[in-house]
Design a protein around this ligand. Structure first.
Ligand code: PHB
Length: 392
């Protein structure tokens, strides 16, 4: 009798657990020139869920409620996040490719007291806008500061060209500060419109200034290919200008569309699909098995992948019942010594990502363009903006 009772109890518990679904709201960019973020982020999340399905507590299901913000569009992003929180009652919100979108969602996370896991938006200030934000992606200061230090060893005169908004301003400031401090001379800087820029007139100006190097930041995606093509068409490469930047300008999935003009471009970044770390080889192999040999993950995919690993940890540790404060605490102390991008951790003080930065060169590997990692230029790097400006 006792035994039957215990069995009954166990099956009742199982039944209630079976009804348990954790809803995650995703606001990502699935349309426009930067649609690769949404596509690759979604693929990464789904692949993680498929490969780790048996790691959820018994009976717990995970449901992604996914929305397209269409690009840099804060009003739309805010409205979508609001609906996800109020109507769909998601346990947390993730996504945010563009900084203005992340900034628009930040106060909602604070008000609703729900964690907001930023898997792209890279302006340093983002994480300071809500105590509920945790970012697992990158900051532009993380890539552009070491890039400036490296560039000063190779080039005397540099020019900067950036998209005229948060991450562009950060890339410009970080590069300039590091480049000048190491003895480089900045001969010019220009900011271009975020949406649909025609790069030709700006590139002409750069060419006339005859710098040794041009540092570019634009949001990754098709825009990167357009930069590359204009750079070549206007003869900057043949005039001896070296194109450098954070890895957004040589984003892995666009390399096949860029063609040989990308060869030799040097970047600093935290992720390359060509990296030969075993964890990355396993990741890329699983990706290609699932999505085909011609599909390549990029940094947005790896941020979504690691983000899903964080979400799985929070679900496991709370047995499927997510408490916002506990989830936030788990995120803040999360680390993985073996991400496809190398060792990573969240800094509990700033809720920002700590990771390595690699110097890479676009080279041909087995006939295909790849970001080949040459050197680790920074290890376990915290956001330099926060480190340098602390308390100011
Ligand atoms: C951003 O808006 O923060 C952003 C967008 C695209 C990138 C990097 C940063 O490639």
């Amino acid at each position: 009798m006792k035994r039957i009772g215990a069995l009954l109890l166990a099956s009742l518990i199982a039944a209630s657990a079976a009804a348990q679904t954790v809803k995650i709201g995703v606001v990502n960019t699935f349309s426009g020139p930067n649609a690769s973020f949404g596509e690759l982020g979604d693929k990464a999340m789904k692949l993680y869920m498929k490969l780790h399905a048996n790691e959820l507590p018994a009976g717990v299901k995970l449901e992604l409620v996914t929305r397209d913000d269409g690009g840099p569009n804060p009003d739309k992003a805010k409205q979508l996040a609001q609906e996800l929180i109020v109507r769909d009652k998601v346990s947390l919100v993730t996504g945010a490719v563009f900084t203005p979108n992340a900034l628009a969602i930040a106060p909602l996370a604070t008000e609703a007291k729900i964690p907001f896991l930023v898997i792209n938006a890279g302006t340093s200030v983002v994480t300071t806008r809500s105590p509920y934000i945790v970012r697992d992606s990158f900051t532009l200061w993380q890539s552009s500061y070491p890039l400036g230090q490296w560039a000063a060893k190779k080039y005397k005169r540099a020019y900067t060209l950036v998209s005229d908004y948060g991450p562009g301003h950060d890339a410009e400031a970080a590069f300039t500060e590091a480049f000048k401090a190491a003895g480089g001379q900045l001969v010019g800087s220009v900011r271009v419109p975020l949406q649909n820029p025609d790069f030709a007139p700006y590139m002409q100006r750069v060419k006339d200034a005859k710098p040794d190097a041009l540092m570019v930041f634009i949001p990754a995606g098709k825009t990167a290919t357009s930069v590359m093509k204009t750079f070549a068409d206007l003869g900057l490469a043949s005039a001896g200008v070296h194109l450098i930047g954070p890895g957004d300008i040589t984003t892995d999935e666009e390399l096949p569309n860029m063609g040989d003009v990308a060869l030799g471009v040097m970047t600093v970044f935290h992720y390359s699909a060509a990296a030969d770390r075993p964890a990355n080889k396993r990741f890329v192999e699983a990706w290609k098995k699932e999505y085909g040999a011609n599909s390549t993950p990029n940094f947005a995919a790896v941020a979504a992948w690691d983000g899903m690993a964080m979400i799985y940890t929070a679900i496991r540790e709370q047995k499927g019942k997510l408490d916002p404060e506990r989830t936030l605490d788990i995120f803040k102390h999360w680390k993985n010594p073996d991400s496809p991008r190398g060792p990573i951790a969240i800094d509990p003080e700033t809720r920002d990502i700590v990771q390595n930065e690699y110097l890479r060169e676009v080279r041909k590997v087995n006939g295909q363009l790849a970001n080949v990692e040459i050197e680790t230029v920074a290890q376990a790097l915290k956001d330099p903006w926060k480190e340098l400006k602390k308390g100011k």
